[in-house]
Design a protein around this ligand. Sequence first.
Ligand code: 3PG
Length: 305
Amino acid sequence: MKILVATQKPFAPAAVKQMKELIKQAGYELILLEKYENQQDLTDAVIDVDALIVRSDKVTPEVLQKAQNLKVVVRAGAGYDNIDLDAASQKNVVVMNTPGQNSNAVAELVLGMLVYMARNRFNGTAGTELKGKILGIHAYGNVGKNVARIAKGFDMQVVAHDPYVSSEIVERDGIKDFEQAEDMYKYAQYISLHIPATKQTIKSINYDLLKNMPPNAVLINTARKEVIDEDGLLKLMSERPDFTYISDIAPDKKDEFETRYANRVFFTPKKMGAQTAEANINAGVAAVNQIVNFFKTGDIRFKVN
Ligand code: 3PG
């Protein structure tokens, strides 16, 4: 069996080492394609592989078409909006993710970026504290739960909204649950996004939702840039000089945001949320184990298509 690990943004070397060992132990062959520059490089590399491990790499119909032996794709991470699920299903390719494996890393980055901006990028001027502030978590999944746990350590008041998680589960963690997103956005000065990019959520974080946020509002996005209605957010930021936007991956209109609102935006140059050795090891090893279990026992527990 040939397993291709294709990562434009590579795993930490320690993760690759462990993945390599596990693949060898299973009697399979690892092919590594790191930091590739063109989509064609991926399309060329999949030709005779049986399994594919990716991160945010784009698994398009063209890639799937070329991969005649491919049986399984594992997205080493949570969001699988980079994989064409319909095209995979049509070719009988099983697609899986590795939920929860990198969520602590993303959650730590949320609090890190919040502190960074609350302290004016450590520029020597007096900033503000997170203690006592209200943090609304939009989607209470693996990342949202970790953000809640850490934010409680900062003594923030944590609230949440998730249409797919029951109030009982949210409230069991001592967190106020909002049935309506609009109500949470009116209540929380800080909002942290943890929704996937789907047909329903793309551009759903819009002017109308954000306009009622309390004074000195901060929106932090470590989910997907696509969930933001960028025109709506630009309009809101022109009307609300107290509004800050922080994102782990620059918006499409990055230059406009940075030119118009330099002090009120911060964007990582590359998506950094899951970029820790620990998260890479957790997600990379889980991906290999899932592939080995799939081939050896037919395990499809984490199938998403
Ligand atoms: C995820 O969906 O798991 C995160 O967004 C991390 O993505 P990455 O593996 O491309 O860093």
